[in-house]
Design a binder for this molecule. Sequence first.
Ligand code: CUA
Length: 348
Amino acid sequence: MKRRRLPIVLSFAAVLFLPGAAWADLPMTYLITNGSAANPLAHLGWGLMGLSVFVIVFIALAVLIGIWRGRRSWPMDAAGRPKLLPGVNAAPFVVIGVCVSIVLLFGSAVWTFFTLAHVSQPPKDPAITLDVTAHQWWWEVEYKHYGQKLRTFVTANEIHVPVGEPVRVRLIGTDVIHSFWAPELFGKMDVIPGQTNITWFEAGKAGVYRGQCTEFCGLQHAHMAFHIVAQPPAKFHQWWTHQLADAKQPVSPQAQHGERVFLHHCAICHTVRGAGSPDIVAMGKLGPDLTHLMSRHWLGAGTVPNTTGYLAAWVENAQSIKPGIAMPTMDLTNRQLLDVVAYLQTLN
Ligand code: CUA
């Protein structure tokens, strides 16, 4: 008998254990949150799930008790159907059941309305405003203002923020509908061409939070990720100051040659502030701003890590990593490729 029960026990253990094991590895979960824009939503989610489980268990028990009691021989009529017994009135149970359901559903609705109203506005005026523009398939991020400072710069796919400060995000659509979501930090907000949607978030503790486009937007929808890097305010300020600076001039002959190749092959689509000469500059707007490329941890909107190997592969043939993107396959010689990569790696 024990042996027959073993598979059942193991299955239950697996069902209980798997979500826990999976959570530990998942970069995106909305059940463990951080920050004042997401925590109330997680509490609501857990609360509604607990309530649902309670209702299911309660109803299942009631059905089981009914079946158990029905086993005692119920009188049947001549046609073999259960006889209605005089004096047994089920109406009060129906009324009680309907009333309990109404109270629980109404309570859930009120709780949901209050929670959504609560997270619709930040607790204080945001210190930072970002314009996030969604493209197929990457995120352009423009820092519009930070405290009293109005100096701006543009980066891509990696958003740095100070811990404990609300950040306002203005979402701008360019091509199709995308959706901006970092589940540990805030609820989803669609990015719709022709309209600017506004959301906000606040990271309660330092860390790297993964975000993802959650509206199907074409071939590379799944590779349209981003990262939010929450840092202590002093570190964030350091990062912000560094991002404002132009790119440094390359020093080594290899990187200098790489810059010339870059200006002729890549600058039509990419910006590197401070690169080139008055005759030829890198001011392209089609692709991500690369002024501080090496300060970013990922390439291709979270598709591959920013290592030398992946960077070279990306420059040479980005289509092999992310088919369908706007970046064409570059026709570079080995020498040109190595030198461009050497140049890009000076953009720290
Ligand atoms: Cu952008 Cu899906």
